[in-house]
Design a protein around this ligand. Sequence first.
Ligand code: NAD
Ligand code: ZN
Length: 378
Amino acid sequence: MTARTRRVPASVPADAGSEYEVVIGSNLLAEAAERLQPFMGTGPVFVVSDAIVHALYGEALVTGLGEAGNECVNLVMEPGEGSKRRAVVGDMQDMAIAAGADRDSRVIALGGGVPGDLAGYLAATLLRGIPWVQVPTSLLAMVDSSVGGKTGVDTAAGKNLIGAFWQPQVVLADVGTLDTLPDAELAAGLAEVIKYGVTLEEQLFSDLEDGLLESCLARVPEALALVVERCVSIKAAVVAEDAREANRRQVLNYGHTVAHGVEVAASYTLRHGEAVAIGMVAAARLSEERLGAAPDLAERIASLCARAGLPVDLPPGLSVDAVVDGTLHDKKSRDGQLRCVLVQEFGAVSPHEGNWSHPVTVQELARVLGHQTSTTGR
Ligand SMILES: NC(=O)c1ccc[n+]([C@@H]2O[C@H](COP(=O)([O-])OP(=O)(O)OC[C@H]3O[C@@H](n4cnc5c(N)ncnc54)[C@H](O)[C@@H]3O)[C@@H](O)[C@H]2O)c1
Ligand SMILES: [Zn+2]
């Protein structure tokens, strides 16, 4: 089944002239050179990718662009978060300048969130900023990194500490590329999809429960395209609201306080989406305790995450104390006050004193993390 092409406008109101389109379909890469022409310049095009994605899709893209008259330079990194470093960007900046980067150059991000964040940061810093486009190939990059314009790298002190807001000119999300995405990476992306359902669109959550999740796991193009379109629309609306309603973006951190604690405690051996699944269930239990949210909230989230193949409890060997310590190391809780986004019900994040997160005690967090879920072991 071929998914029809969908287009979602995305913009950051605070960033004048930042409006761009996220184009979603199932055979876009084959037409990428043509689709990208309006955004190309006369200078060299730097195609940033990791070795896995480059081997799968790089050649076809570069050949097509070459035929359209664009001189391409491949900048290929090792796959994985370990490449999101200043040294890697520095090497790419040097290579781009040596290859004749000028203001008519363009950067193309081809890959998951790692090449995406790195390519965006390269584009933001080369000659004080040149235009770039995104061709995301992981579900996470399609539903999360494609909107908001966050780019950057990690440092020894933490993730995403160095970076810039730099909006792409266009995003081409070809869900056909998800055919080759490993199962665990697809599941990690689905954790963020589930998060949008829990926090902002009850209907998305129930559609996932009613089988949309399994259609995504089976990589049905129409199902994947629908999910990407809905998530991109939701995130674009939240980012747009953020300009009017300060901190609205906080809602997107649902499940992420605990997730960061899990990632730190496990020394980043879990995927981000896996940690988010554990964090979403913990935040749902807190929502039940604190706000009297429906008693099946945590159970329904846990059950859907388990169906996606995501963990919902702390893995063996990871202690509650280590995770709580990890959350306290998070840069957003430096004052020692833990905060969590909580939901009143599906699709309804609970405000608290002008904020979208609630202060939470270490004891409360430890209690909900210590609670085992009945869906464990699936
Ligand atoms: N900028 C933002 O707004 C934003 C939002 C969310 C996450 N992120 C960042 O995104 C990163 C995580 O993204 P990710 O999970 O995509 O990581 P990733 O880019 O490392 O991709 C995960 C793995 O999947 C492989 N892969 C990607 N597409 C593939 C395909 N089509 N076929 C086969 N293999 C494929 C990659 O080679 C890699 O091994 C993190 O660094 C995170 O900070 C950024
Ligand atoms: Zn996340």
